[in-house]
Design a protein around this ligand. Structure first.
Ligand SMILES: Cc1ncc(COP(=O)(O)O)c(C=O)c1O
Ligand SMILES: [Zn+2]
Length: 380
């Protein structure tokens, strides 16, 4: 059933490469520019008129399909909690409390709502090592659509178990890159299969915008925001969300943004700092959610980080394990990738990166999906 909303934004898609413009409905069929294959951004007039629950609350700000209101209303609306850590005022944004246990529910619900807007979908396909795949699989179950998930061989076993429980078809691939290759082959020429394509799909940036909107409603202005960077969709969305609030005159300035990457896979850090970066030894296997070696939107993110004078710090497995232990000791069970934001707090201090207070730490994913792995890491 379609619903009419009175405050819909007038948004469209623009290609970052050839500047062609398209209606949002293009996202029902593809996630890149049909003219040149370039990446697409959502642009246009956004209307601040928060009303209702979950993502529906921001129907004036976001491109939401009309056929999934029930699910859109249950995504987001996550609690934010104040704490004091090492004498600093901290706000935790509990994104791990989304329905499938991560912030990826936001982008996924928007992507799927738009996919269903102008076509029939018999199956979703996605390449992901974890949280996006779980978000897709869970919504797919709710609306009784099949899901095929292409995963790298080293995907965490707890997440794979959950995918199996949700009856998704799992195709194991040699590596993350191979999974992307295989899913493209799989969907080619199949008109009833929708490729979610979260690394390029602008719906994920739109979803992350809503985190900024919620924090603004919960706390007003914050001094700094710390998020992990994998594909960069989260960081792009969080910055864009605050820029929206700035453009609408709701905040006076945007917070200082700090991204976190693992030492072993740090394309954004390298692009920003090149050889001038600090050298941190060790591995970063524990941060499986942010091991994205070639994010398609890397250039866009680096450009935006420079524009807003954002920073990035690196963490290794020792830092992550310590932060994970500390969070669990506070009664907050997140996954290792999410513990990077607490580790980043110490890195920022030791590297002289100023983080004005209050400091928002976005806790992106739940540790309950991989409780065995978490217990092993912290030696419990
Ligand atoms: C728990 C968790 N945190 C952070 C990220 C990074 O988000 P993004 O890929 O949007 O940069 C991911 C990505 O999968 C994730 O699963
Ligand atoms: Zn184009």
């Amino acid at each position: 059933m379609s619903e009419v909303r009175d405050s819909d934004p007038s948004l469209e898609l623009v290609c970052r490469k050839c500047s062609s413009k398209f209606g949002i409905e293009l996202l029902s069929h593809r996630t890149t520019c049909p003219v040149c294959g370039g990446l697409l951004d959502v642009v246009g007039k956004r209307v601040w008129s928060p009303k209702g629950r979950g993502l529906i609350r921001y129907a004036g700000m976001l491109p939401l399909g009309r056929n999934l209101s029930r699910i859109l209303a249950t995504v987001g609306d996550t609690p934010a909690e104040e704490a004091e850590i090492r004498g600093k005022r901290i706000i935790f944004k509990h994104e791990h409390l989304n329905p499938s246990g991560s912030f990826k529910d936001r982008g996924t619900a928007i992507a799927i709502s738009l996919a269903l807007e102008h076509r029939n979908v018999a199956e979703f396909a996605e390449d992901s090592s974890g949280n996006t795949a779980i978000a897709v699989s869970m919504i797919a179950r709710k609306i009784r659509v099949r899901a095929s998930i292409f995963v790298p061989r080293d995907a965490p076993s707890g997440k794979l178990r959950l995918l199996r429980l949700l009856r998704s078809k799992i195709v194991t691939c040699e590596s993350r890159a191979k999974a992307t290759e295989k899913v493209a082959e799989y969907v080619a020429g199949r008109s009833d299969v929708y490729y979610v394509d979260h690394l390029r799909n602008p719906a994920y940036i739109e979803g992350a915008r809503s985190i900024a909107y919620e924090v603004f409603e919960q706390f007003g202005e914050v001094g700094s925001v710390v998020v992990p960077i994998g594909s960069g969709g989260l960081m792009l969305g969080v910055i864009s969300g605050w820029l929206d609030l700035l453009n609408l005159g709701l905040v006076r300035k945007i917070p200082k943004v700090l991204g976190v990457q693992g030492v072993e896979v740090a394309p954004i850090y390298r692009a920003l700092y090149g050889d001038r970066g600090v050298v941190i030894e060790g591995r970063s296997r524990l941060a499986d959610g942010i091991r994205v070696p070639n994010p398609p939107r890397a250039e866009q993110l680096v450009e935006l980080l420079r524009r807003v004078r954002g920073d990035v710090v690196l963490v290794n497995d020792v830092d992550i394990a310590k932060a994970l232990r500390e969070l669990i000791d506070m009664g907050i069970v997140v996954e290792p990738t999410s513990a990077t934001v607490l580790a980043a707090l110490d890195k920022a201090r030791s590297q002289g990166v100023d983080l004005p207070e209050p400091i928002l730490l976005v806790l992106t994913g739940s540790g309950m999906k991989l409780i065995d792995e978490v217990a092993e890491i912290i030696g419990a």
